[in-house]
Design a protein around this ligand. Structure first.
Ligand code: AQP
Length: 335
């Protein structure tokens, strides 16, 4: 049966290998045979401070990355969140449905706010509610995300169910299912195997950007952190060694090999052998995407038109749902 897919990516910096392997690769596979909506979630991006000029450029580059990775703008709706006002309007309603205790449990807020929680934006705190609004507005049946978003998806389901209970409208807000890859769904920093690869990490060496050139990729993998022990002998040994595990995970995710196969392939060899093979593989997979991103960015008009068309299509769906939501709540629906 056709799935209704919704997912988004923040234009908060260069997209990286983690975004690709954890999310975008999945978006591309899902576009065949399903109704897919992919959003440049710029409202989410401003939960952390953004330079306005960079935010503008990053939004355009995110669309270029979607297309360069293989998404088809005719098959899918590709749009930017701030151009469809229903997202912010529905998020307010869901802020009133959600419970503070639920939001307090979100671990991503704790990680991102760090030790200075008092200084984090209120937007960062209620970010998962906006994410719920994004998904529920389109009656999405499935949401492909990286493992780091699993908790937010569970919250989205709770919010959907509470809305239906509060307004006695069972089934009106569709309760979505997550699509999370079973393996390799969390790609870690190249500098710290316990920290996820992230756009906002201050160290460029911590991630492979999708627009990195061949030499940069080779250099980053060469400098990626490993440990001084011999190559892991088995899966149990690998599990105790986060940096080695991350490099093998990336290798397996791209080559679509199993961990067991990779361990036997590299057994008895040193890490530089794995790093050479891994660089070759990443260059082969990622450089064509980077080249295509650079080519697409030469025609910004085209990229803006992709968004404009997507915005219209998304807005048409979102407005109909929002009016129905207003009716359920008892707002005077005078527009
Ligand atoms: N390291 C990762 N491994 C696997 N999946 C990942 N995703 C992000 N990082 C990894 C997945 O990519 C999709 C888009 O993510 P996002 O840009 O909307 O937000 P994020 O998860 O906050 O990504 P970053 O890179 O960490 O951004 P910043 O630093 O700006 O906060 C999501 O499906 C996510 O799961």
């Amino acid at each position: 049966m056709k799935k209704k897919i919704f997912s988004g990516v923040q234009p908060s910096g260069n997209l990286h290998l983690g975004n690709y392997l954890g999310a975008i690769k999945n978006f591309v596979n899902l576009q065949n045979g399903n109704d897919c909506i992919y959003c440049v979630v710029d409202l989410h991006a401003i939960t952390s401070k953004q330079d306005p000029k960079l935010l503008n450029l990053n939004s355009i580059e995110t669309v270029a990355t979607f297309l360069a990775s293989g998404l088809d703008s005719k098959k899918n709706i590709i749009f930017n969140q701030s151009s469809v006002s229903a997202h912010a309007e529905f998020a307010w309603i869901l802020n009133c449905v959600s419970r503070v205790g639920w939001i307090n449990r979100m671990t991503q807020f704790k990680e991102k706010a760090g030790t200075n929680k008092e200084n984090a934006s209120v937007g960062l705190y209620v970010y998962p509610v906006l994410m719920a609004a994004d998904i529920l507005l389109y009656d999405a049946s499935h949401v492909p995300v990286g493992n780091d978003q699993k908790q937010h998806l569970e919250l989205t389901r709770d919010i959907a169910q509470k809305f239906n209970n509060d307004f006695s409208c069972e089934g009106f807000i569709k309760v979505p299912e997550p699509i999370i890859q079973k393996e390799f769904s969390r790609i870690m920093s190249l500098k710290d195997g316990q920290k996820k690869m992230s756009k906002s990490d201050l160290s460029e060496q911590s991630r492979i950007n999708l627009n990195d050139d061949k030499d940069t990729i080779i250099n980053k993998i060469k400098k990626a952190k490993t440990d001084s022990s011999a190559f892991p002998a088995n899966k149990e040994d690998l599990d105790k060694r986060p940096e080695a595990k991350n490099l093998i995970n990336i290798y397996c995710s791209i080559s679509e090999k199993t961990i067991e196969n990779a361990i036997s392939e590299f057994q008895g060899k040193n890490f530089s052998f794995l790093k050479d093979r891994l660089s070759d593989l990443i260059v082969e997979k990622i450089c064509p995407i980077g080249n295509e991103i650079r080519k697409l960015l030469k025609d910004k008009e085209y990229l803006l038109n992709v968004l404009k068309e997507g915005n219209q299509r998304a807005n048409a769906i979102a407005q109909i749902k929002l009016r129905k939501i207003y009716d359920k709540i008892g707002f005077l629906n005078l527009i």
